[in-house]
Design a protein around this ligand. Structure first.
Ligand SMILES: C[S@@+](CC[C@H](N)C(=O)[O-])C[C@H]1O[C@@H](n2cnc3c(N)ncnc32)[C@H](O)[C@@H]1O
Length: 262
């Protein structure tokens, strides 16, 4: 802080600052907080303990939380803070037409018959994957009333981003000029997805391990790409069983990412 003459003055501590300062910092015992996060989301940081530690310390510092123990107590009793932690620790990297062979596979299967199909995209992150499926279906001449697509994700910020449908160059690199022209408007280096595509999908915040996820209904096709990579082997199996229970009686294969291997 600077005074009238430009000299540095000492910041006066408020009583709140003094209270916070008097609580000793303790960022050593990370395990209970890491275990809580894994139990809630399935995501493990077992092989990335130092990354988790530095991320959690900055999460706590920003919120003036002085210890991992205090953070755990607050996250357990405050659903909004728990959501902030989930948003902070999940990785949402995605882009349009990622592993397109799987998208083309589902499109060709859907084109084969004339029924209405239900598709689940879990997780859909910031929307690139679910919108890619919608675009590929429209491009193949499948009318909008022949498919319902639901996308879910545990990260509420990612879903808000998806709802807006505004993307950067690095997200759309795989799209042809013709698709960009047809389904996006470019303004100041940003790509705005058309309402026509946005209206084809429904987005919902969901954790695949919550009971409400299981009541989403049954689906003809399920995409679950690049989420299981964050789970340990046991949790991957659990997630796979949950996803399989959402397939309808035809039991079409679930599309996993190549890195999600079991
Ligand atoms: C790397 S993104 C993958 C996005 C997209 N499927 C793709 O392949 O481009 C992984 C997403 O999984 C979500 N996720 C992680 N655990 C989850 C859970 N238990 N339930 C729902 N979504 C979860 C994260 O929030 C993140 O958005």
């Amino acid at each position: 802080m600077f005074n009238f003459f430009g000299n540095k003055t000492k910041k006066t501590l408020s009583s709140e600052d003094i209270n916070i300062q008097s609580v000793p910092e303790d960022f050593n015992e990370i395990e209970p907080l890491a275990a809580f996060f894994k139990n809630e989301t399935g995501i493990t940081f077992e092989k990335q303990q130092s990354i988790l530690k530095s991320k959690l310390i900055s999460f706590c510092n920003i919120r003036q939380i002085r210890s991992f123990k205090g953070c755990l107590e607050q996250v357990k009793s405050n659903p909004a803070l728990k959501q902030e932690l989930i948003n902070y620790l999940t990785t949402n990297e995605s882009y349009f037409y990622r592993e397109t062979h799987q998208i083309q596979d589902v499109v060709s299967r859907i084109k084969l018959n004339k029924q209405v199909v239900d598709i689940l995209c879990a997780p859909s992150s910031t929307g690139e994957e679910i919108y890619s499926i919608a675009i590929a279906l429209l491009e193949a001449g499948v009318p909008k009333n022949r498919f319902n697509i639901i996308g879910i994700d545990i990260n509420s910020d990612a879903l808000k981003y998806a709802e807006q449908g505004i993307y950067n160059q690095r997200n759309i690199n795989n799209l042809s000029a013709q698709i960009l022209k047809k389904y996006f408007i470019k303004q100041q280096e940003k790509y705005y997805l058309s309402n026509e595509v946005k209206q084809c999908v429904h987005l919902k915040i969901e954790n695949i391990f919550s009971s409400s996820f299981k009541s989403l209904g049954k689906f003809d096709y399920i995409f679950s790409r690049n989420m299981l990579i964050y789970f340990d082997p046991e949790t991957k199996i659990k997630a796979r069983q949950i996803l399989e229970s959402l397939l309808n009686e035809q039991k079409n294969p679930i599309y996993f990412g190549h890195a999600d291997l079991f």
